[in-house]
Design a binder for this molecule. Sequence first.
Ligand code: NAD
Length: 329
Amino acid sequence: MLRIGLLGCGRIGQVHAKAINGRSDATVVAVADAIPEAAAALAEQTGGRTAETDAIIADPAIDAVVIGTPTTTHYDLIHQTAKAGKAIFCEKPVDLSSARIRDCIDVVEQHQVPFFVAFNRRFDPNFATVERRIRGGDIGQVELITILSRDPSPPPIGYVKTSGGLFRDMMIHDFDMARFLLGEEPVRVFATGSVMVDPAIGDAGDVDTAAVILTTKSGAICQISNSRRATYGYDQRVEVHGSKGMLLADNMLENNVEFAGNAGFQTAPTMNFFLERYERAYALEMAHFVEAVTTGTPPSPGIEDGYRAQLIADAAAKSLAAGRPVEIG
Ligand SMILES: NC(=O)c1ccc[n+]([C@@H]2O[C@H](COP(=O)([O-])OP(=O)(O)OC[C@H]3O[C@@H](n4cnc5c(N)ncnc54)[C@H](O)[C@@H]3O)[C@@H](O)[C@H]2O)c1
């Protein structure tokens, strides 16, 4: 039985608590949150107790720590948890600075603790199948990838201001998906972005609409399209074109019923947002983490993957500012 301490009882902390609760080989021993009521509510749901963050990390009766706190707190919590010798499940992004992620890699390596970065989309059954079929050779050599990722509506402006910007906060998932599907490292990025959704996002120094082209050494190309708005719901699609065929993972809909009338065909709306759309992926990533730590195999994606995605995000931000392609890393 893997004994887990959970830090952060907000949106994502609740998702992870639910995933652990659904397992017989792991248990939530204790939860912590800066807001005591948030911790108390989740403790009641999980059957764990509430505790201070420091006490959870120091507790010898806890094997692994889930870091589901805001991104700016990850760095210190990773250092503290690694020094305590516990396995780490850390939310994305690891940090907003690649130099600071290198520090985290050092402390994780020094203390030899298992580290998992929660790029949950790799565990989505559709995207995982696309990757498996690429590696199985079904479409030959990968030539062109298209990743479309659009949120139904922008987050609160307060969130935007501390998010690190669209590339480091939102497109980081797509940069990881690009690496996952390409099977090789992108070497160059060209990014462009605009403020089309909310001028307040522009005032905060960010963009809400962006397109990026990644190129690998072999010449494979990946195009990513992000928007903080999609009037028809959460839009998450992937298409991979290769020398022998094409793989397409379409949106997940609320149901599979189609209506046809004199105005044509109509489907159900897309699943509302990430909590619903990736519910299965969240459960599967936790299953992977628990199994990896229990069997002593390194969890994947690991901290190096968090770092690689961050290097692409940094280069994309640079490319946007400079208005030209930028080499990665
Ligand atoms: N993988 C995904 O799909 C996904 C989705 C959403 C958020 N995230 C990531 O998860 C992290 C948290 O995001 P969220 O949306 O859940 O935020 P949130 O604000 O809903 O929750 C964070 C919680 O952490 C608490 N907290 C702050 N500092 C703390 C500390 N030192 N110790 C204990 N608790 C503390 C806050 O009080 C809050 O309740 C971010 O890094 C974000 O990027 C990932």
